[in-house]
Design a protein around this ligand. Structure first.
Ligand code: ADP
Ligand code: MG
Length: 697
């Protein structure tokens, strides 16, 4: 896939120029001088030769087939030329030219037409408005970057062209190499999803890095990333905010979510490693591209200084993803035999400040050969007698033998230049400080764990979808977007939730009759499509024990509702079965414009906004995801039961979440909803939806 762009047999540069100051010249020069093996055709209206290559006035004049065309011409000239490319049978386009969507107005229209032409001829296009594409495997530098990156195993995509040039410039002296390097530009056609798919199982790329500002197709992105991350780690950094973050929210869930949490959930559910900073992005890129995957989460540390050893140990224990390996008695005996008596032979292994490479060799070999060690971090502080370059060589030599990731943290800058170069040549990632080495390993361990999870399993419940559809139609016909309690209950019922028995009363006497039918004690609530939070106006009374209380309460609630909200349409007073005490949970949904429905689970009740203790997943949610979702609520121990309390029915919560996930997937018009509370009883006793709100688009 995308062969024509990454591995074309021939390239035309449209807008190639004899003038070395022009972009079109620089792009052509980049293609010519970095070893591209295919045929190159400069296209220029008048020139007969550019950079010693015969030039042609248009692609239609080129006698041979052309796979890829790179455009470096003004935006308004692009359309007719793309048309020619289509006629010529060109399959790939890289449109470097700017002046499209990013300038708004006419540019937007131009980009639409451009895309339409590209689709009509079934071409694929990178850009417009981009730096270009570099592929070191095919030695194709179809960009105006000032440098050709080193060959390496990092595939990189970026939505910012300027960032691309900065990274190329920075990576070169660092010795970091790339397999593919793509500036996405306006991503009218080829976007992050196309590249993820193209790079899935790419033998030349061990890790995919992405700098993203926004995602065009959220669900497509998640689906593609879910597949790719099973084979290849994907590390992404996301910047910028979207309008969703500032949208006013009228539900509990709406106020607890935003585009930031949607990204968080999207990355987590699709197995993407999220990096917060550029330095972290490259910390991880080095580890994943240089070293093999960990096969477990136990780390050994070898150091020549106590302090850094402790720092690394602390970082390991705090990480929550990697742990300190326990060395076997054989390893310990070996270390005791071969290291001086002052050395510490337990993990972290301290070879002591005067250690030279022979001691490092003993300790590295022994720890890497220990079956309980899955990764090794070698720390070094430069002392007068430390032969750092030789130590760097020893690390490289031994790391290559055991198939376990080895990381270094040579601390210092002054005296370490040559040894850092040796480490890099031997593909040992080095980190200025030990914490960064440990954090990188922790990310690798988390990635490994996610990858080892079974394929997500999606459940489908038998529900009455048609009934909900008809109800929504009726609500819309009446010009409302907010469902009243009765309607929300009907939706819940159609999707198989358990609800307290209840009926609407229009008079105190009717209320008393219903209460007798339901059985005392009962709960009474105001029922109005215009009153969102019933308790706020004193519209909920619980524990009503007899007919007198029910009659009085009917009058009281009605009076209060009229007083606090004179305009409200009152449908009646709901008389409801009193649900026995349980733990109160919130299950809610808000809709993210990029990723779709975001389902929240957390502690319910009136402190929801204060505690902000919710865990989020994007629907559709799998069985595994709902299990991890509920377990990641901070107050999950309360559900499991503390101080001899029996555990709550966690399976029942999971089922409610999955049914809600199905509901909001079936009905995209649900923009927000809350179940608050879901009253959860003890294990095996189920959960009851006591209150629900639904808002339609
Ligand atoms: P609102 O959220 O609009 O104020 P609710 O229906 O959630 O109204 O009721 C408020 C609180 O009253 C609930 O959080 C719950 O603690 C209690 N409650 C409501 N209905 C029942 C019921 N049927 N059984 C037991 N408790 C209830
Ligand atoms: Mg409520």
């Amino acid at each position: 896939m995308l062969e024509a762009i990454f591995a074309p047999r021939s390239v035309a540069v449209i807008g190639a120029s004899p003038d070395p100051d022009r972009l079109g010249h620089q792009v052509l020069k980049n293609i010519v001088q970095h070893g591209y093996q295919g045929r190159i055709y400069p296209i220029h209206p008048r020139a007969s030769q550019i950079l010693d290559l015969p030039a042609f006035p248009s692609v239609l004049h080129v006698p041979d087939p052309i796979d890829l065309a790179v455009m470096v011409i003004p935006a308004r000239q692009v359309l007719p030329v793309v048309e020619e490319c289509g006629q010529k049978g060109v399959q790939g386009l890289i449109v470097i030219s700017a002046g499209f969507k990013e300038v708004g107005g006419e540019g937007k229209a131009l980009e639409r037409q451009l895309l339409e032409t590209v689709r009509r001829y079934q071409m694929r296009m990178v850009g417009p408005n981009c730096l270009g594409v570099i592929d070191t495997i095919n030695r194709l530098n179809a960009s105006f970057a000032a440098l050709m990156p080193n060959e390496g195993e990092i595939a990189f995509m970026s939505q910012s062209g300027a960032l691309c040039t900065a990274i190329l410039d920075w990576s070169k002296p660092q010795g970091i190499g790339f397999s593919r390097f793509v500036s996405l530009g306006n991503k009218a056609d080829v976007d992050e999803v196309s590249l993820l798919q193209a790079w899935n199982e790419d033998p030349h790329s061990k890790v995919i890095l992405a700098y993203l500002e926004g995602i065009s197709d959220g669900p497509g992105f998640i689906a593609a990333a879910r597949k790719v991350t099973r084979n290849t780690p994907v590390v992404a950094i996301k910047s910028g905010v979207t309008e969703a973050g500032t949208r006013a929210a009228s539900s509990h869930t709406g106020s607890l979510t935003g585009s930031e949490s949607a990204y968080e959930a999207a990355f987590a559910q699709s197995g993407i490693i999220r990096s917060r900073t550029m330095s972290e992005l490259f910390d991880l890129a080095k580890l994943f591209s240089y070293q093999p995957m960990m096969q477990g989460n136990a780390v050994a540390i070898v150091t020549n200084a106590g302090g850094p050893g402790i720092i690394a140990t602390d970082a390991t224990e705090r990480s929550g993803a990697v742990r300190m390996a326990t060395l076997t008695p054989e390893t310990i005996a070996r270390l005791q035999r071969d290291l001086p008596p002052t050395a510490n032979v337990y993990n972290p292994v301290d070879v002591i400040g005067d250690a030279r490479s022979d001691r490092y060799r003993v300790a590295i070999k022994a720890t890497l050969e220990d079956p309980g060690v899955h990764a090794l971090v070698v720390l070094l502080t430069p002392q007068a007698g430390t032969d750092t370059e030789e130590i760097a060589r020893v690390i490289g030599e031994l790391a290559a033998t055991y198939g376990k990731p080895v990381l270094a943290s040579f601390m210092g800058a002054m005296s370490l230049g040559p040894s850092l170069k040796i480490l890099n040549e031997q593909r040992i990632p080095n980190y200025t400080f030990p914490e960064r080495a440990i954090q990188s390993l922790a990310s690798m361990a988390r990635y490994l764990e996610a990858r080892q999870q079974p394929e997500p399993e999606f459940v489908h419940f038998e529900v009455d979808r048609e009934r909900v559809r008809q109800l929504f139609d009726r609500v819309r016909e009446s010009g409302r977007v907010e469902l009243g309690e009765i309607e929300a209950r009907e939706v819940m019922e159609a999707y198989g939730m358990r609800l307290p028995r209840s009926r609407l009363a229009q008079s105190p006497d009717e209320a008393a009759r219903i209460a007798a039918e339901i059985g005392y004690p009962v709960v009474m609530k105001i029922s109005s499509p215009d009153i969102l939070h019933k308790s706020d106006i004193g519209g909920v009374r619980v524990g009503l024990a007899d007919a007198t209380a029910v009659r009085d309460t009917h009058e009281l609630i009605e009076y209060r509702a009229r007083k606090y909200s004179p305009q409200a349409r009152i449908w009646g007073i709901l008389v409801q079965e009193m649900v026995r005490k349980g733990r109160e949970i919130l299950v809610g949904v808000s809709r993210d414009p990029q990723f779709g429905p975001l389902v929240a689970v957390g502690m319910g009740g009136i402190y929801v906004e204060v505690l902000r203790d919710v865990a989020l997943r994007l629907a559709p949610i799998s069985r595994q995801e709902v299990a991890s979702q509920i377990r990641s609520i901070r107050t999950f121990p309360l559900l499991r039961g503390v101080r001899g309390e029996p555990p709550a029915d966690i399976a029942a919560i999971e089922e409610v979440v999955l049914r809600i996930s199905q509901l909001v997937t079936d009905f995209p018009e649900i923009v927000e909803m809350d179940i608050n509370p879901l009253v959860v009883h003890n294990q095996g006793e189920g959960a009851v939806v006591v209150d629900a709100r639904i808002i339609l688009a």
